[in-house]
Write a protein that binds this ligand. Structure first.
Ligand code: GLA
Ligand code: GLA
Length: 680
């Protein structure tokens, strides 16, 4: 889908060869007219073939309720088309203009404490506001009617990063929509009372009108109310996405529709696994948070995006050429990182590499955010790296349209468990769901093993080893599926605080982890979370933090892989494995961190019969990802280190990368090589 965006016969430059898309958000309204010509010239120089236009243009397109000004945008569209550059056209609804919020302050979001979120930044609109929706959809219709059939138009970009700033709104509109959502889920107030456990603290409702979003309360708000509000808030924005999409499909049925997701650490409000089916192709934005696992997190995010896209190619809508402007300290990227980060996304299925943004702003809150054309202009290291990347992406054209080759290890990532496991009033407030999943991923990378980060919707049977870190919420059907997976010969590994509650956040009684107790052959009577700085020693020389469990083994088939050596549960099991026919079910009751997991994993991988596909000397130093078509496999080999790494024994056609004088592929520091091999 993405590789063909640019290759329709009437596409932007009439060239019908599939290729990777390359470009940025383009905000020409921030610049005088004469800069536009230079922009197009430099875009061509850089190999840019697509830009996203109009994302924050509402106030310019519709300066007041009944005045429309499309002339400037017509000209931008025409100029881009003449330059052979396609347009991913935004619906322009992301940031409502001042005239609208002045006339209709009732579209402004409200915090849990009842404060109004005022205009002055962006995305100050309630997802459930009928007034906002009327105005926004009117704009969407105008945009679609105006640009239907324009030869530059290759895709629609709904709004921008839905939920980035406005996922949780506690307004009266939200209360009304929340009640409708709850009525659809539970039908009766009695059913809701049961699900929410309202026998507790005199919370029983006797009518729908008494129910509110979880606004500021005197003590812990009802946990199921909180969980349902998270589900509702994700659904409310999904519903808004559908409303824009439906207008676009009505007027331009042949133009694919997307919206940019934010699959990355720290963003958890939107259940993208559930949104992906609403759009024609998945797009993602990703920004690096510098730290010891930063590129593993990039890889993890791209990998999960690929799963959400069903293994098909997806569109990297935004990342940064260098520093951002919204972290406490905004570090520039080092040499090679712009290209390496971009190709790491391509390795995991991105068929488009785009940046925020084309030209670095001279004014506004993002003027210190890097761009493809920096403040210094085109005579700069950044722009030279940008043009170099453009050439590299041209060399990678054969990759366009290829799918991900599934790995043998799956790591399950589940939004419901992310939401529920980190709620308040739990055994510890230090649990970090995303970090635990990332640690397993990092540990596998350190061993040279590639894994797919998948959601519970994936075909789990394709994995020899399935890791479900902190899979806290396990409804009965999922418990059955995991049991069947193991009985069919799969090897399941799960961790502390998994299988503890059902979809209503009610405890599975009779000893933890109720949903998996029989499968694991263990019973836990009490959790033993650890104070923030405390550690516990295991008898396999590893060290745990955060959590321990008081485990009793209940099944003779259970082998204890490690015991606690210190702490409250010294002498008791810490890591267990139950053999089930050809399969097995293992449990890890503490947090080992990426290094500790890399110590434990070889035993688990061995049981599952999974080995690294990399030459022994490269394991841990190189990440490998594989894309494939009917006749070719594309091996992406990513140097995870700041040293050169030789990769002897690998054969194939080098699309990107260099061999030494003996013909051995050598990865320079931070370099990515791409090798084409025939599909066996
Ligand atoms: C998000 C937004 C962009 C821009 C970047 C900056 O991704 O979509 O408009 O603000 O962040 O990193
Ligand atoms: C207080 C309250 C109880 C209960 C306990 C929990 O004592 O009176 O209802 O909430 O705290 O520690």
């Amino acid at each position: 889908m993405i590789s063909t965006l640019l290759s329709q016969p009437n596409g932007p430059d009439g060239d019908s060869t599939p290729r990777l898309a390359y470009g940025a958000d383009y905000n020409p309204e921030q610049w005088p007219r004469e800069v536009w010509e230079e922009d197009i010239r430099l875009m061509r120089e850089a190999g840019v073939n697509i830009v996203s236009v109009g994302i924050f243009s509402w106030a310019r397109i519709q300066p007041s309720e009944d005045v429309w000004d499309f002339a400037w945008l017509d000209e931008v569209m025409d100029l881009l088309h003449a330059g052979g550059i396609g347009v991913d056209l935004a619906t322009a609804t992301a940031s409502p203009p001042p005239w609208l919020t002045t006339a209709h302050p009732e579209i402004l979001p409200v915090t849990a404490a009842g404060e109004t979120v005022w205009p002055g930044a962006r995305q100050h609109w309630r997802p459930t506001s009928p007034v906002f929706r009327t105005h926004a959809l009117r704009l969407v219709r105008r945009m679609a009617e105006r640009y239907a059939g324009h030869p530059a138009l290759v895709a629609w970009h709904v709004s921008n990063e839905l939920g980035c700033h406005n996922i949780y709104d506690y307004s009266d509109d939200a209360a009304t929509a929340f009640r409708d959502w709850l009525r659809a889920r539970y039908t009766t107030v009695d059913a809701l009372n049961h699900a929410w456990g309202t026998a507790f603290w005199s919370q029983r409702y006797s009518g729908w009108d008494q129910i509110l979003p979880p606004r500021l309360t005197a003590s812990h708000p009802n946990p199921t109310q909180q969980l349902d509000f998270k589900r509702f808030s994700s659904d409310a924005l999904k519903e808004y996405l559908r409303a824009e999409r439906d207008v676009l499909r009505e007027i331009t049925p042949d133009v694919p529709v997307t919206t940019n997701f934010m699959v990355m650490g720290g963003i958890k409000g939107m259940n993208y696994a559930d949104w992906a089916g609403e759009i024609d192709f998945v797009s993602n934005d990703h920004y690096v948070h510098p730290g010891p696992q930063d590129r593993d997190e990039l890889s993890f995010s791209a990998n999960l995006t690929s799963s959400i896209a069903g293994g098909r190619p997806w569109f990297l809508m935004e990342h940064s050429t260098s520093a951002v402007n919204w972290q406490p300290v905004n570090l520039p990227k080092g040499e090679g990182e712009l290209v390496r980060d971009s190709l790491l996304h391509v390795a995991h299925g991105a068929d488009a590499v785009c940046f925020f943004q084309w030209r670095q702003s001279a004014a506004g809150a993002e003027k210190y955010h890097s761009a493809m054309v920096p403040h210094a202009g085109s005579d700069s290291e950044v722009f030279r790296a940008v043009t170099g990347l453009g050439r590299t992406l041209q060399a990678l054209a054969p990759v366009a349209g290829t799918e991900r080759e599934p790995a043998r290890v799956g790591i399950v990532f589940d939004w419901e468990s992310w939401w529920a496991s980190e709620q308040d009033s739990h055994p510890t407030s230090h649990l970090d769901y995303h970090q635990e999943a990332l640690d397993w991923y990092s540990a596998l990378l350190a061993l040279g093993i590639r894994a797919d980060v998948v959601t519970t919707r994936a075909d789990l049977d394709r994995y020899q080893l399935l890791i479900t870190p902190v899979l806290h919420v396990i409804p009965a059907a999922l418990a059955k599926e995991l049991t069947r997976y193991v009985e069919n010969g799969g090897h399941l590994v799960t961790t502390y605080f998994s299988g503890v509650v059902d979809e209503n956040d009610h405890i599975w009684l009779g000893g933890y982890p109720g949903a998996l107790r029989d499968l694991l052959g263990i019973r836990i009577e009490e959790f033993g979370p650890l104070p923030a700085e405390d550690t516990v020693e295991l008898d396999d020389a590893s060290t745990g933090t955060l959590w321990t469990d008081r485990i009793t083994v209940t099944d003779p088939e259970v082998e204890v892989l490690a015991h606690y050596r210190t702490g409250t549960y010294a002498g008791r099991p810490a890591v267990t494995r139950r053999a089930v026919g050809r399969g097995s079910a293992s449990y890890l009751s503490t947090r080992l961190g990426a290094d500790g997991l890399a110590g434990l994993l070889p035993r688990l991988l061995d049981t599952a019969g999974v080995e690294s596909e990399l030459p022994a000397a490269a394991r841990g130093l190189v990440e490998q990802a594989v894309r494939r078509s009917a006749d070719s496999r594309y091996l992406f080999l990513v140097n995870r280190t700041d040293e050169p790494v030789p990769l002897p024994g690998l054969t194939g056609e080098l699309l990107v990368g260099r061999a030494d004088s003996d013909g051995v592929l050598v990865l320079a520091p931070r370099e990515v090589a791409v090798l084409r091999q025939p599909t066996p």
